[in-house]
Design a protein around this ligand. Sequence first.
Ligand code: BG6
Ligand code: MG
Length: 210
Amino acid sequence: MKAFIFDLDGVLVFTDQFHYEAWKELADQMGIYFDKEINNRLRGVSRAESLEIILERYGGPQLSRQKKAELMEQKNRSYRKLLAGMTPLDVSAEVRETLAGLREKGYKLALGSSSKNARFILERVALTGAFDAISDGNNITHSKPDPEVFVKAGEYLGVCPQECYVVEDARAGIDAAKAAGMKAVGIGEASGYEKADVKIGHFSELLELT
Ligand code: BG6
Ligand code: MG
């Protein structure tokens, strides 16, 4: 194995909680039921697909594309306000040390995130320099479970899919990694997913895979 590709939200930083809060605010305002279990289905999927999942419980009149775009914009504004409060302290010492340890061992590291806010988040928490390549929501046309974001990350690194581990907290992300022909490591929510090749409880366990 030559490389590790990391999901961002819910793996390196806990912005998954911010996504939940921002969607919850919107759902409450529209009178739509939304809870943490529904939020788990939003992990790894794009902003537009997340909105569609939330609207499954919407009983009101058909929404135009324009209205949906406004709703996504509103959610993103609330989400970015929460992101703006992030600092380097929002990345644990365990995550920083593990990333540094993997690099020291000669592995290439990439980000593979569906988020269009990924670079902003990495800047806020001072992690941009930790990666050799960044593949995110701005360079893909299909989001997880489609393999595109990870295939691109592997290409940017110049490493074959079979030589890449993907570290994910989303079931959609594990499916995407498998579809890319990569080895899928499940953490957090995805550590209970049978399709993960490896399941870990703590981020530092990645060092034991090497
Ligand atoms: C993923 C999150 O990282 O990014 C999803 O797990 C989110 O929940 C997706 O919908 C898109 O994020 P953004 O920041 O582009 O709205
Ligand atoms: Mg995630």
